[in-house]
Write a protein that binds this ligand. Structure first.
Ligand code: PRX
Length: 652
């Protein structure tokens, strides 16, 4: 990488990939990027057909795109089995004995699965699912730790045409219930537990608790990750079965049948601005094409790479950049079960050194935690195998970018800051590592086929450095198809601001060079440690506690997490507030949603600031927590004393 200009943290600092990197990269120059981007926007069908052709199709499509806004169909008439592209094809292209997954458990054991072994496991587990009566389009929930079995379970669902819905292992039993009710899952695949920070997360027990409330699940398949000593579980006769016992009874041979390109692949729940999570639906052909192409060009995956994405399979990053994209590219990847700081903050760097990781993809929040932990952790490990770094999930602050560049990338690795969403399925805005000049803090330029723009309220494109709404003006293959069971919410959430144009919900600006700078969510969605969290979800969790009358939740900048959760709570008449009660409420939110949603601060207030018509004035609360003051027009506020009281509390 070339050295930055002298000036400190400004937009002036430009980093370009080294000549050596560019020479070997798929996209070698900005001229090549611009030419391909132009073609992809002008003739999306032609561009994407070329990418899709590299995947395994059993029947070719007749039309690349059918677009009746806001509904897209990609590769119409085509038939494929996603699993065939991710696994089977590598048995005959020279990769059969190549490591597909190098897995390390948190306690330190490791296991490698070649593509051949992965194929056998997936076929075997597909037969288990079939034996349990799972049919195409049936919904199957997956609630597992970061083990190869989580990936095997996803691929097996895809292979038999079932629709998986992975729930992050950090979510609570109550969150499982909400999602089960929404997608009406017939089966759940889980584990007895998973290791996290030296402890065991009782996954099966959480499933049992959820199934006390939602009773329509017919089968629970339990993978034994921990064993009886560490995680004793109760098995309900007729419903619960052990993965290994079922697997032993069925064959490891399975022929992959083709499904329609638009056959549903998975539902993944994400937070929106109401209390109810949205089930984002992705389908087979377009999603696979998008994740495949972005891995190929943005991570520049080559056959001798060792790639590691540190996300959990419970999030979209794990779906697109652990399971589908990397495997479709036939890459070798590292998968790690546990926490970055177990037994200490050197764990990630140990893994990079041990397995010779070349491409490393993580979240800014992790980088900030590493900065805080101290440079001696990366400095005492050999990170020279790394050639490319990536970030995802939230805007990366320039300081964190620079640290990543220097301490992890040894000033030689390009950094791809990738902007995208659960809804977009694949990366949308990102540098291409062999050509795009990067500057700390910007995700730079749109990927191929992505017609990104920033619009004002009237739908006009804003000028350089003016803020506005980030939109995508043309359909792309990996876009969500709908919100499961709620077409109206799909249209209202994403397609209502401007006709036929996708609104991402993020604010952004473009600099003079055309780089996109994402400024954050415009709706009531927080980004806590790179994870989306609706303020309404936290509020309804708080209000579900018996002492709470009303609550308002806002975000505030947080050194490590990006945003912290601040809750204002009014208790019911006659209830006495205390620190112990604040603690109880935090734990209650953890119980209802999961640990990531626990408020960092709780303020009790006799009333919330409201307009005369009774609407909570969140703007004031946001400003109050960010600056300690409120400015602007507060004439509509019903009771001015509320603000003065809160100000005094926050000062304390
Ligand atoms: O606000 C943006 C932020 O994360 C949101 C999407 O969250 P989720 O669907 O959970 O997916 C996260 C992983 C793709 C976006 O609306 N976001 C994601 N990546 C970036 C980002 N903000 C700035 N820069 C990024 N690179």
């Amino acid at each position: 990488m070339s050295q930055p200009n002298k000036s400190s943290l400004t937009e002036e600092r430009i980093f370009k990939p080294s000549k050596d990197f560019s020479k070997k990269a798929r996209i070698k120059s900005m001229a090549q990027y611009k030419r391909m981007h132009k073609e992809s926007i002008e003739k999306p069908g032609v561009f994407w057909a070329k990418e899709a052709k590299e995947l395994a199709w059993q029947k070719k499509w007749t039309k690349a795109l059918d677009w009746k806004a806001p509904y897209a169909k990609w590769f119409v008439g085509g038939k494929l089995n996603v699993c065939e592209s991710c696994v089977d094809q590598h048995l005959t292209n020279g990769r059969a004995n190549k490591a597909a997954i190098i897995w390390e458990g948190e306690p330190g054991e490791n296991r490698t699965l070649t593509y051949r072994q992965l194929h056998r496991e997936v076929c075997n587990f597909s037969n288990v699912l079939l034996a349990k009566g799972i049919k195409p389009k049936d919904r199957v929930m997956i609630y597992m730790p970061m083990t190869p079995e989580a990936v095997i379970a996803m691929l097996a669902c895809a292979r038999i045409g079932a629709v998986h819905s992975v729930i992050f292992g950090g979510f609570s039993a109550e969150s499982i219930v909400d999602r089960l009710e929404d997608c009406q899952a017939k089966a759940i695949i889980t584990s007895d537990g998973g290791y996290r920070r030296g402890g065991v997360v009782p996954l099966k027990k959480n499933v049992d608790d959820a199934l006390k409330k939602y009773k329509a699940v017919e089968t629970v398949i339990v993978h034994q990750r921990i064993g009886k000593e560490g995680a004793p579980v109760k098995m309900k006769r007729g419903r619960d079965v052990w993965w290994h016992e079922e697997a032993a009874q069925v064959s490891s041979k399975h022929e992959a049948k083709a499904f329609d390109s638009e056959h549903p692949l998975f539902i993944l729940y994400t937070s929106g601005s109401t209390g109810k999570p949205k089930g984002i639906l992705h389908t087979c052909g377009g999603y696979l094409t998008g994740t495949y192409a972005t891995c190929k060009y943005i991570f520049d995956m080559q056959d001798d790479d060792v790639y590691w994405c540190t996300a959990d399979v419970g999030w979209i990053t794990g779906h697109s950049y652990i399971t589908y994209g990397p495997l479709a590219n036939g890459v070798t990847q590292v998968m790690y079960e546990g926490a970055p700081n177990f037994p200490d903050f050197g764990r990630f760097w140990d893994l990079v050194e041990k397995y010779g990781v070349t491409i490393f993809y993580t979240a800014p929040t992790a980088i900030r935690a590493f900065i805080k932990a101290g440079d001696h952790f990366p400095e005492s490990r050999d990170l020279s195998s790394l050639r490319l770094l990536g970030t995802v999930g939230e805007p990366i602050n320039p300081e964190a970018w620079m640290w990543y560049h220097r301490k992890i990338g040894g000033e030689r690795c390009p950094i791809v800051d990738t902007w995208w969403q659960t809804e977009t399925g694949a990366i949308m805005i990102s540098p291409l590592p062999g050509c795009t000049p990067t500057t700390p803090g910007t995700a730079t330029l749109p990927f191929f086929g992505v017609d990104a723009a920033i619009l004002d309220e009237t739908g006009q494109e804003v000028g350089p450095n003016e803020g506005g709404k980030l939109v995508i003006r043309k359909p792309w293959p990996s876009m969500l198809r709908t919100i499961y069971g709620d077409k109206k919410r799909y249209r209202d959430t994403y397609w209502n601001d401007y006709a036929g144009i996708y609104t991402a919900g993020d604010g952004a600006r473009r600099d003079k060079k055309g780089n996109f700078w994402i400024t954050g969510r415009l709706d009531d969605v927080l980004n806590v440690s790179g994870h989306r969290l609706g303020t309404a979800e936290v509020e309804s969790a708080l209000v579900s506690h018996k002492v709470v009358a009303e609550s308002a939740v806002v975000g505030r900048p947080h050194e490590i997490k990006g945003q912290g959760v601040v809750a204002f709570v009014t208790v019911k008449a006659g209830v006495k507030t205390s620190d112990a009660m604040a603690k109880e409420l935090r734990n209650h939110v953890g119980h209802v949603i999961g640990a990531i949603a626990k408020p960092d601060e709780i303020y009790f207030t006799p009333a919330l600031p409201k307009t005369r018509s009774g609407k909570i004035m969140r703007r004031l609360l946001k400003e109050l927590v960010a600056t300690g003051k409120v400015s602007g027009n507060i004439t509509t506020l019903e009771d001015h004393k509320v603000i003065a009281d809160l100000q005094a509390q926050l000062k304390k």
